[in-house]
Every structure is written in structure tokens, then in C-alpha cells.
Design a binder for this molecule. Structure first.
Ligand code: ZN
Length: 213
């Protein structure tokens, strides 16, 4: 995304912002802008009103950023592993993320906790956070996000076990609909020993939650 700041972004109606932003391949900026103008008109607003003139272009750039994970393969971040005799649990807690609920196009945000039990192969800790980032930056549901992170790690790390727990607040539940601020959705995906052995599962859950439970 380093090149994004170089893109000329300001013009009166957004039309000259070609869909060719080098930082966002695969995202059609002009199409997003047309659609946003259409939505503004449809809700009874005036897209030509001064305060709204640049909104379609802003939303276009924002979507390119929020959905950049669609054009990124998380596997590429897991290619560099190390041979290591370490055979205890590796856990990275509280990886914060923002994602976008695919049902309402509203953000949900929270923390991911990822643990695995290596089988001779470990990965840089920051790579786990990178994978969360890529998967989160797609239209998403929390359940699938949890499962896909777990399956990806199983495939790429050949670990003895993988545990993924995600806690998130969904704005589609807090600001609209049932309107329950403070509600947190918790999902988990257990693979390998964390699925088959109750003691391993308890161990990882204790590591994740400590005395919070
Ligand atoms: Zn939703």
C-alpha cells in the first residue's frame, strides 16, 4: 500500500479517478463511485451537495483498502517456516482485526487468538497476525473466518494441532437491528489434538483466557 499516497485523489466529481490505482489491483474505482452516488440518490440525498462530492471517491479508496485481502493469498505469508525441536504450544493472543460483515457491509472488529502445536516446523509469530489481516480484509462472516484461518494453518504448517478463537463485536448487531451494544460473538475452530484431546483443548483455552473465565 506504499504507493497509495501518490495517487492523485482530488477532483470535483470523482470521475477522473480511474480504476487503475496501482495500490489496489482488481478494484474498479469508477464502478464503486457510480454505485455510491446511486445509493446517495436512492436514500434521498443530493450527491452533488458540496459535502458529498468527494464521498464516492473516498468510499472507493476505503473499499480498496478494506477488501485488499481478496487480492492477496494468505498462503504466501506462511512459506517461510523454520525447523525447530520446540514441541510445546505456540500461542499468539489478542491479534486485533477489523473485518466487514458480508451480510450488511458493516464492520465487525475484535481479537483473534491463534495457537498451534508444532510438529518440527514453526513459523514467524508475526506471520500469524499477517494471515489474520489478509483473511479479515474480505467480505466475511466470523464463522468462516475462524475456520479458514485454522484450515490454512493445518495445510501449511502440518502442525499436530491448531486452535483459533475469535471474539468480535458486530456493528450490524450494535447499531442496527437488535441493537445490543457490548455483545461479543465468540467462535472457535479446533484441529488435530485440540479437537481430539480434551486435555489439549483445555490447556489452550486456559492459555487463551487465563483467569478471565
Ligand atoms: Zn451483519
Amino acid at each position: 500500500m506504499a504507493t497509495r499516497s501518490k495517487v492523485k485523489v482530488h477532483d470535483a466529481n470523482g470521475d477522473e479517478l480511474a480504476g487503475a490505482s496501482p495500490a489496489a489491483p482488481g478494484v474498479d474505482q469508477q464502478r464503486i463511485q457510480r454505485a455510491v452516488r446511486e445509493i446517495l440518490a436512492a436514500i434521498g440525498e443530493d450527491p452533488e451537495r458540496e459535502g458529498l462530492l468527494e464521498t464516492p471517491a473516498r468510499v472507493g479508496r476505503m473499499y480498496a483498502e478494506l477488501f485488499s485481502g481478496l487480492h492477496d493469498d494468505p498462503r504466501q505469508h506462511l512459506q517461510k517456516s523454520f525447523t525447530e525441536k520446540y514441541d510445546e504450544v505456540v500461542l499468539v493472543k489478542d491479534i486485533s482485526f477489523n473485518s466487514m460483515c458480508e451480510h450488511h457491509m458493516l464492520p465487525f472488529m475484535g481479537q483473534a487468538h491463534i495457537g498451534y502445536l508444532p510438529d518440527g516446523k514453526v513459523i514467524g509469530l508475526s506471520k500469524l497476525a499477517r494471515v489474520v489481516e489478509v483473511i479479515a480484509r474480505r467480505p466475511q462472516v466470523q464463522e468462516r473466518m475462524t475456520e479458514s484461518i485454522a484450515d490454512l494453518l493445518v495445510d501449511e504448517l502440518q502442525a499436530k494441532g491448531v486452535a483459533v478463537v475469535i471474539e468480535a463485536t458486530h456493528t450490524c448487531m450494535t447499531i442496527r437491528g437488535i441493537r445490543k451494544p457490548g455483545s461479543v460473538a465468540v467462535t472457535s475452530a479446533m484441529r488435530g489434538v485440540f479437537r481430539s484431546h480434551l486435555s489439549s483443548r483445555s490447556e489452550i483455552m486456559t492459555l487463551i483466557y487465563g483467569d478471565r473465565r
